[in-house]
Design a protein around this ligand. Structure first.
Ligand code: NAP
Length: 276
């Protein structure tokens, strides 16, 4: 088993994830895994970094596929005895003008952004070593979508005692409510992406709390963040930040020094903790 520190970035064949890997290759003292659901796209991205003189390693990971997540988990366990840095970056968003029915957009978006990210956490968090760093890439849209929720939902999503099971139930309820056409009446905002990212931010708060309860002495720091508005296939060419600039906050959180005890369980943007 290798004693080398190891970092894993999901959805890293392009966009912000690719830029996070590039920065980690320069700054993280260990092996950096660029993961992608499509091996050809992933290997191509690794080759691109190689041309820049950077050494990333590749492992397949489709966060929608539990078998794929478990294969990565077993690989990390066997080769490294765990992992040191996990960046949950993979995500999807329907384009504003997409004509797919809202209920379809809700189901598909939640499947990857919330349930896929949660499955990665369920399988990989137990492997995170002491002083490990976990970064869940959410979005400022999670904050604005929270503001668009009913008071009752806002209270639940801001609660310091909401459980993961309760959060999962709420995310499932959103999908069901869109299918029944009652999401408005039930207090949900009109954004599937926004609700999926509420899920990611609240999940991060819950996971940080669980780490405090169950692994207090392990000094693991886990946060959600917004990368900013970044020029990628998702956000388009008008966005204000380059992918490398978008990677700055996630990388800052991934490389928090070993003597840091904060931020933890926070929502961070531009390297600053934001109120939730
Ligand atoms: P992007 O260029 O569209 O890249 C998304 C990445 O996620 C791609 O590598 C994609 O792989 C991967 N992915 C999607 N579904 C996956 C799955 N099931 N399993 C594994 N990988 C999967 O988008 P981006 O702008 O870089 O976004 C990265 C993250 O930042 C997302 O979580 C996004 O919500 C968040 N974010 C972005 C912005 C922005 O302005 N760009 C703002 C706030 C938050 P494929 O190439 O195979 O599709």
């Amino acid at each position: 088993m290798s004693g080398v520190p190891v970092a894993v970035v999901t959805g890293a064949n392009k966009g912000i994830g690719f830029a996070i890997v590039r920065a980690l290759c320069k700054q993280f003292p260990g092996d950096v895994y660029l993961t992608a659901r499509d091996p050809a796209r992933g290997q191509e991205a690794v080759a691109k970094l190689q041309q820049e003189g950077l050494r990333a390693l590749f492992h397949q990971l489709d966060i929608d596929d539990l078998q794929s997540i478990r294969a990565l988990r077993d690989f990390l366990k066997e080769k490294y005895g765990g992992l040191n840095v996990l960046v949950n970056n993979a995500g999807i968003a329907f384009k504003v003008h997409d004509t797919a029915p809202f209920a379809v957009q809700a189901e598909v978006t939640l499947k990857t952004n919330f349930f896929g990210t949660r499955n990665v956490c369920t399988e990989l968090l137990p492997l995170v070593k002491p002083y490990g760093r976990v970064v869940n890439v959410s979005s400022m849209v999670s904050s604005s979508a929270l503001g668009g929720c009913s008071q009752e939902l806002q209270q639940k999503f801001r609660s310091d005692s909401i459980t993961e099971e309760e959060l999962v139930q709420l995310m499932n309820k959103f999908v069901e409510d869109t299918k029944k056409g009652v999401h408005d009446r039930e207090g949900w905002p009109n954004t599937a992406y926004g609700v999926s990212k509420i899920g990611v931010t609240v999940l991060s708060r819950i996971q940080a709390r669980l780490l405090n309860e169950k692994r207090r002495g392990d000094h693991i720091l886990l946060n959600a963040c917004c990368p900013g508005w970044v020029r990628t296939d998702m956000a388009g060419p008008k966005a204000t930040k380059s992918p490398d600039e978008g990677a700055e906050t996630p990388v800052y959180l991934a490389l928090l020094p070993s003597d840091a005890d904060a931020p933890h369980g926070q929502f961070v943007s531009n390297k600053t903790v934001r109120p939730w």
